[in-house]
Design a protein around this ligand. Structure first.
Ligand code: PHE
Length: 358
């Protein structure tokens, strides 16, 4: 083996074992670089005769080409290896099962609220929404329950660290009853012309627009046990007109309960009670005549004829406008409908419990 063959063999060996592109470039420099082995041989040719230069030059060139070929082959091999690694790293296993995106479902209390809304909508009731952080006037005073009234201690109210215009702290509404007054104000403003025309009519033929609304939503009290949660739901109902009586309350609420529970086998009892904003007032109890709850009286709502002071606070004339209100507990209705014994389960967010209602 002459000197050139030995250099080519060594170059091929070093180029083919280079593990990285940097190693490869270093190996290339050792042979083809400025002071590489081949370059040094070229420089050494100055001393040779013309004929010797020809043959020696051709031989060196051949060696150089052999090394360049080896270099290109190694470059290609390194690039192929890198691509193979990248493909492996980015490989998709198309046989893996996809990430499940479970179909969600409505919360059982939401189902109840939807049922309540649908049933009352079919009886001509509007559905209204209102704030959960409420002024003292709306939660209490407007409802005939002024500061220092003993009935205020019927509820353990959460107060919020925000002062109202009256200097009294805002509260997390302990019931949906403030919506009676809020909705009435909106309604009177919306139908101002019709109210004015009815008020001005001395013949008594023009009637003021009726108010017929339910207001479902979240309510708050400092209360927590198997049947009470600090956050719970209520649904207020209000029907005011020129001639809306306790009889209408009984008809509407009985019809609602029978439709809600899909049972005519159900009786209601209006048990005398007290609320500052209704007079007379009654708790509504229901009793199933068959099934697992048969024979027990179950309290589902407070109710009564709206107190004249409240009608006045709505901006209406209690001499002309009368009617009833009720406030029921959708959480309680949901427990009765599905046979749930601990109310807190509704709000724990445990899917093992909640998915049973889908
Ligand atoms: N707001 C009352 C309560 O929370 C219920 C009620 C509403 C009673 C409307 C009468 C009329 O207990």
């Amino acid at each position: 083996m002459n000197d050139l063959d030995a250099i080519v063999a060594q170059a091929q060996a070093e180029l083919s074992t280079a593990a990285t592109p940097a190693d490869l470039e270093n190996a290339k420099a050792r042979f083809l670089g400025k002071s590489g082995r081949i370059t040094e041989l070229m420089k050494g040719m100055g001393a040779l005769s013309v004929d010797e230069k020809k043959t020696r030059g051709a031989a060196i060139n051949q060696a150089k080409q052999a090394i360049e070929a080896a270099l290109n082959a190694s470059r290609q091999a390194l690039a192929n290896a890198e691509l193979a690694l990248q493909l492996k790293a980015e490989a998709l296993d198309v046989s893996l099962p996809g990430r499940q995106r479970g179909a969600g479902g409505l919360h059982p209390v939401s189902r109840t609220l939807e049922r309540i809304e649908a049933i009352f909508a079919s009886m001509g009731f509007d559905v209204a929404d209102g704030p959960e952080i409420e002024s003292d006037w709306h939660s209490f005073t407007s409802l005939n329950n002024p500061p220092n009234h003993p009935a205020r201690s019927m509820q353990d109210t959460f107060y919020v660290d925000i002062q109202g215009e009256d200097g009294i702290a805002y509260n997390l509404r302990p019931h949906t009853s403030p919506m009676q007054v809020r909705y009435a104000h909106q309604h009177v403003a919306r139908h101002a012309a019709a109210f004015a025309a009815a008020a001005a009519d001395t013949t008594g033929t023009l009637k003021a627009p009726e108010i017929r609304v339910i207001a479902p939503g979240r309510t708050y009290r400092i209360d927590s046990d198997a049947t009470h949660s600090p956050m719970f739901h209520q649904c207020e109902g209000l029907w005011l007109g020129e001639n809306v009586s306790f009889k209408d309350l009984k008809v509407v609420f009985t019809d609602f309960c029978r439709r809600f529970f899909e049972s005519d086998d159900l009786v209601l009892r209006f048990r005398p009670s007290f609320f500052p904003f209704t007079e007379p007032s009654a708790e509504v109890d229901i009793q199933f005549q068959s099934g697992p709850l048969a024979g027990r009286w179950l309290e589902v709502a407070g109710s009564g004829q709206v107190h004249p002071n409240v009608v006045r606070n709505m901006g209406l004339d209690p001499e002309r406008v009368i009617g009833f209100a009720f406030g029921m507990g959708p959480d309680r209705l949901t427990m009765l409908r599905y046979g749930v014994s601990d109310l807190r389960q509704f709000f724990d967010g445990d899917l093992r419990f909640l998915s049973q209602f889908q």
